[in-house]
Design a protein around this ligand. Structure first.
Ligand SMILES: *Cc1c(COP(=O)(O)O)cnc(C)c1O
Length: 390
């Protein structure tokens, strides 16, 4: 061996060692992140994205650098749609749109696209986001009616609504399927008869199977359960693309976006790519039936613990409990604060409840491993034992 060979050999060894340490370092640094959104992404997805970050195979550049009109990117967005259609079993007569602006932009886009049918719309207000959606339509001067709310009970349950609650000539009925802030979820799909049902599914999308054909429109921000922030999914039945207010901003018009394959302008390219990796990951595990089983198992661990102790209070009516966002309080605001702070130090991050409700909230989306929920329960036991109530 020449001196140079030995040098290269040594150098490679040191290099590999550093690389391995870096990987261990990255793994050790990852905490259990209970944030409501943006939230955890599946580790295999992050690793795959890291592998393809600098050079996307065959493209010679990063996905972030690609023209959205390039064949490589067209394949990515096409694949994202194909995989989502498979995952959610989306019928042929529905369009899939990957848009920008967050779910909050859809609060305005929904009435602008749909209310032209009859000029009226009905809303069920079961939490903060459905309240915002209702107010946005109201602000635009439309004839909108709140047909049911659980506000008087601090949104601890989902109103049970039958068909006669809706105005027969409403253009649509709007609901929020999973209430991220309060931790409630519909355990039924409201029967609206012929009136299209529009659902904000931002915090429960692809957490379990849903019958898409029961909805006129489903929309969801990506950053809870699908991808990083920046993309909003809209799934819309084709016949509902005909009612848009002609004066509405083009960027909010679903029909224009559908006719242009979500590429009327530059789409949120990288976020769509990340969503594609997430869809692949779920399909590789067995699809939404398997996801649902895993999510039910995680949620059951936490709710079973909550139901069998008397230190923490879970305010939500048991039949309306969310699989994704689990809320609880100690009943003492100071203890709640201490809980979130100490949990954070123990590697259980972002357990503080939403600023409008206080207490604690554990968001346990698809990417939260069971081990994270188990660690949380262990911490809850320890905290209860060490912090007796006065
Ligand atoms: C987070 C969230 C929103 C708001 O989403 P943005 O993308 O921030 O606009 C709306 N609805 C629900 C149910 C949410 O969880």
């Amino acid at each position: 061996m020449s001196e140079i060979d030995i040098f290269v050999f040594l150098y490679m060894d040191i290099f590999n060692f550093l690389l391995a340490s870096l990987e261990v370092f990255i793994m050790e640094e990852r905490v259990f992140n209970f944030s409501a959104g943006p939230s955890m992404l599946p580790l295999p997805v992050l690793q795959r994205a890291a592998d393809e970050l600098v050079v996307y195979p065959g493209a010679g550049m990063s996905v972030m650098e690609m023209s959205h009109r390039s064949p490589a990117y067209e394949a990515i967005i096409g694949e994202a749609e194909t995989l989502l259609r498979k995952l959610m079993n989306i019928p042929e007569n529905y369009k899939v749109l990957f848009l920008q602006g967050g779910a909050s932009t859809q609060f305005a886009a929904v009435p602008l696209n749909l209310i032209g049918k009859t000029g009226k719309a009905d809303y069920i207000v079961s939490g903060q986001f459905s309240g915002k959606a209702f107010k946005e339509a109201q602000k635009m001067g439309y004839d909108v009616k709140c047909v049911a709310t659980s506000k008087e009970d601090n949104f601890t349950y989902i109103p049970e609504v039958t068909r006669d609650a809706f105005r027969p000539d409403a253009s649509y009925v709007h609901i929020c399927f999973n209430n991220t802030i309060y931790g409630t979820k519909y355990n039924y799909i409201p029967d609206t008869g012929d009136i299209p049902l529009v659902a904000d599914m931002s915090s429960c999308i692809i957490s379990e199977p849903v019958d898409v054909s029961k909805f006129g429109v489903i929309y969801a921000g990506a950053q809870k359960n699908m991808a990083p922030a920046g993309m909003t999914l809209v799934i819309v039945r084709e016949d509902l693309l005909e009612y848009a207010d002609p004066k509405m901003p083009t960027m909010l018009e679903w029909k224009t976006m559908a006719e242009n394959g979500s590429m009327y302008n530059t789409p949120p390219c990288y976020t769509i790519y990340m969503a594609k990796l997430v869809y692949e990951w779920i399909l590789s595990l067995g699809g939404l039936d398997v996801m649902k089983k895993m999510n039910e198992e995680k949620a059951a661990l936490l709710y079973d613990y909550l139901d069998n102790q008397d230190y923490y209070i879970a305010p939500v009516k048991p039949q309306c409990r969310s699989l994704m966002n689990v809320t609880f309080v100690t009943g003492d605001a100071e203890l709640d604060k201490k809980f979130a702070s100490e949990a954070g130090k123990a590697g259980l991050k972002n357990l503080k409840g939403h600023r409008s409700v206080g207490g604690m909230r554990a968001s346990i989306y698809n990417a939260m491993p069971k081990a994270g929920v188990e660690a949380l329960i262990e911490f809850m036991k320890k905290f209860a034992a060490e912090n007796p109530k006065a």
